[in-house]
Write a protein of this length. Sequence first.
Length: 174
Amino acid sequence: MVAQALREIELRRVQLQILLDEVGNRHIDTARAQFQLGSALWLSNKPLETHQAVKLFDSAIRFMAQHEPNNQILTATKTIRDEALGALHKFEIMDTLSAWPYWRPPTARWEDERDMKLLFRELRAMSGRASDPTITSSSMSWGLYRYGLYEFDEPTPPLIDQATFIKIACDEID
């Protein structure tokens, strides 16, 4: 999934560069491409990429505010830019590697279990194991990393079923 996200970011960068070369930075398609690349960067939830996303959003907002003030993308860009700015404040907390654990509100155990069931299904589908009731420990580690969980108290077997995944995840969240 990480490789897929990196490919998407690189594809969006190339698309933006092509538009800049063809039509310049004074075109609505360029502003849309900046919005799309900024969104992809922001979803990585890393400080450097979030800073880059805010710059792209600001550039798109400046252009659209002057030339396309009624465009729906302008409203969406402002909203996402404000969320990205909020995430940047989370990164200022010492030793924060990802903004996700800090902006997720406290949850009950049943909510964590529900979220982990959905995450487990998503990981199975993404890893090509949709017909298999297990995922690999590396898929589990990556999925939990998205929730800000990095080190686990229990040793992990090579293949994890849903019940084990949910128990490990919810114990770590607690």
